[in-house]
Structures are given as C-alpha cells and as structure tokens.
Design a protein around this ligand. Structure first.
Ligand SMILES: C[S@@+](CC[C@H](N)C(=O)[O-])C[C@H]1O[C@@H](n2cnc3c(N)ncnc32)[C@H](O)[C@@H]1O
Length: 300
C-alpha cells in the first residue's frame, strides 16, 4: 500500500517523518522519494536484521537515519534525536516478510525451524522457553485472547502433556500437536494459524506496544501531522479504530452539556475510512489481503 500510505501521510517535502516499522525499508524508500534535500526520515525497528538494513540505507542517504528501538519508545527516541514535533508517523505493524520467510526465526507454521518467534531475538523468552514453563491456564488464556482460538484449552493441555516426555523445540512439532488437538478444522485456514498468531503476539507484547505507540504518536505529532497505521488482523485493527474514534470524539462528557469544541480536547481528525489493498496488489503479494490502513490527522 505504498501509494495509499504516501497519500495518507500527505507528505510535506521539507518535513520530518518517522517510519516506526522499517522492516526492509519499502515504505521508507517511498517516503524518501517524496522528500526534498531538507526533508528528514527516521526509521525504527526492534529487529537487529532490519536495523542493519536501515543502517545500509542511512549510509547511502543522509536524509535518513536508523535507530534500534521499539516503537513504544518513540517519545524518548525523538527526544534523543532532538526532534520536537514531527509531520508524520507510519506504523506498519506485525511481522515482516523476511521474518516469516526465514525458518530460523520460528514465525512460520509453513517452515520447520526453532520455536523462537521473537522479533528481537536478544530480548525476552522465546516461544520455546515460554511453552516449556507456562501453565495450562496461562497458555489457554493466550490462545483465546490473542488467537481467538476456540480449542485453546485442548491445545494448551496437549502442550503440557507433550512436554512431560518431549520438549517442544520446533515449529513442526507445534504444528503437529495443534493438528492432533483440534477436533474440527476451519475451511481455508491452516489449523495452526491462530496458535502461531497468538503466541507471537504474546511473546512480542504486540498489542501493548501498539497502544503505547498510538498514544506517543499523538504527543509527538505537530498540528496537521498525520498518523498512518497498517494492521494485519482484527485485534490490531480494533485497537487502532477505537483509538482514532475516541480521539476524534474528544472527552466523554454528559450529553447536552454546553461545551465548546475546545473543551472536548479532540486529538485527531479522521482522514479516511479503512483502506484495503487493491486486487492488483493482492495478486502480487497475497499477504496484503488482510492489511487495513487507517489515517488520522493531529488537531491543534
Ligand atoms: C510489516 S513489517 C514492516 C515492513 C516495512 N513497512 C517495509 O516496507 O519493509 C513490520 C516491522 O516492524 C517491526 N516491529 C514490529 N513491532 C515493533 C515494535 N514494537 N517496535 C519496533 N519495530 C517493530 C518488525 O520487526 C518488522 O520489521
């Protein structure tokens, strides 16, 4: 959704922008191509491989710099950078294609690899370490909350029973366990989709990260600055949609109270409804099928 993101950000060629999810820099390159020599772009990513790719781009283009950081650290990173107010933030949340495609990262139920699933492999427990210790209740809760997996309890029980005799170390082992534990298969969905999504979101604390990034984006955007968020599943999109809606409505005050617009303290104005990838893009990149873009503008 390059064109849609550029249009949504309404790029000012001399402005300052943050691509908070650099990945391999597809969006960053597009933003840079809309900036003049005065414009600046800062890339962030929590994945050291993405950071290395970003440092390569920074070496080629002096308008760009790259930081190894989580997007929940946005305010602090900008303070270090000496940037007071910025003109736009892009959050393209979730996992990148290189993370999914590289079996060693452990994100994919299609490839056999170690059960890792950390976007930043130097931080926190891996999926393997967590599954080795978590209680049946804890695993059930994660599968239900972050995967909306109705057979969460059965899968959790199977994990706890299996690990007594054989440690769960690979993605293939987890896929086989889920296939066996699920009594009913969903049409057009790999049986392990929900389990992998849930564990990945939990291991990377993805939803809390998103909430923090949205709040901090609001505080660093200049009036008229744009916030563009691409999400890949309904849990993320619900958070973005509610945040945008609440900020566009302003303070919840009792009906009929005579208040001025100022007193409502609205933070954002909605720029567009949810935008989805075009058929043409989905044909080239089937993963874009679930992407939803929402854009809002910072009010004064
Ligand atoms: C969908 S990819 C972004 C792809 C990118 N827009 C591009 O054009 O290549 C998401 C990226 O965000 C990173 N990421 C996810 N959560 C993050 C977080 N909380 N803080 C920083 N980076 C994060 C991931 O490591 C991944 O590289």
């Amino acid at each position: 959704m390059l064109g849609e993101v550029l249009e949504g950000l309404n790029i000012d060629a001399t402005g300052r922008y943050v691509d908070a999810t650099f990945g391999r820099g597809g969006h960053s390159r597009a933003i840079l191509s809309s900036l003049s020599a005065e414009g600046r772009l800062l890339g962030l990513d929590r994945d050291p491989l993405a950071v290395a790719a970003g440092q390569g781009l920074a070496a080629e283009d002096s308008r760009f710099s790259m930081k190894y950081a989580r997007f929940s650290q946005l305010e602090g990173v900008l303070a270090e950078q000496g940037w007071n107010r910025i003109d736009g933030v892009l959050l393209d949340v979730g996992v990148s294609s290189p993370q999914l495609d590289e079996a060693q990262r452990g994100f994919s139920f299609m490839r056999d690899g170690p059960l890792d699933m950390r976007m930043d492999p130097s931080q926190g427990p891996s999926a393997e370490q967590w599954l080795a210790k978590a209680s049946e209740d804890e695993i059930t809760e994660v599968l239900k909350t972050y995967g909306e997996e109705r057979f969460g309890r059965r899968i959790a029980r199977a994990v706890v029973e299996t690990r007594e005799t054989c440690p769960l170390q690979t993605t293939r082992q987890l896929v086989q366990l889920v296939e066996t534990a699920q009594p009913v298969k969903e049409k057009h969905k790999h049986p392990a989709t929900r389990t992998f999504q849930a564990i990945r979101i939990f291991i990377n604390n993805e939803l809390d990260e998103l909430v923090m990034a949205l709040r901090q984006s609001l505080s660093v955007l200049a009036p008229g600055g744009r916030l563009a968020v691409i999400s890949f599943h309904s849990l993320e999109d619900r958070i973005v949609k509610r945040f945008f809606r609440d900020q566009a409505k302003g303070k919840p005050l009792p009906r009929g109270l005579p208040v001025t617009d100022d007193q409502l303290e609205r933070g954002l104005k909605l720029v567009s409804k949810a935008v989805r990838a075009s058929e043409a893009e989905i044909n080239v990149n089937p993963r874009a099928r679930s992407a939803v873009l929402r854009v809002a503008e910072r009010l004064a």
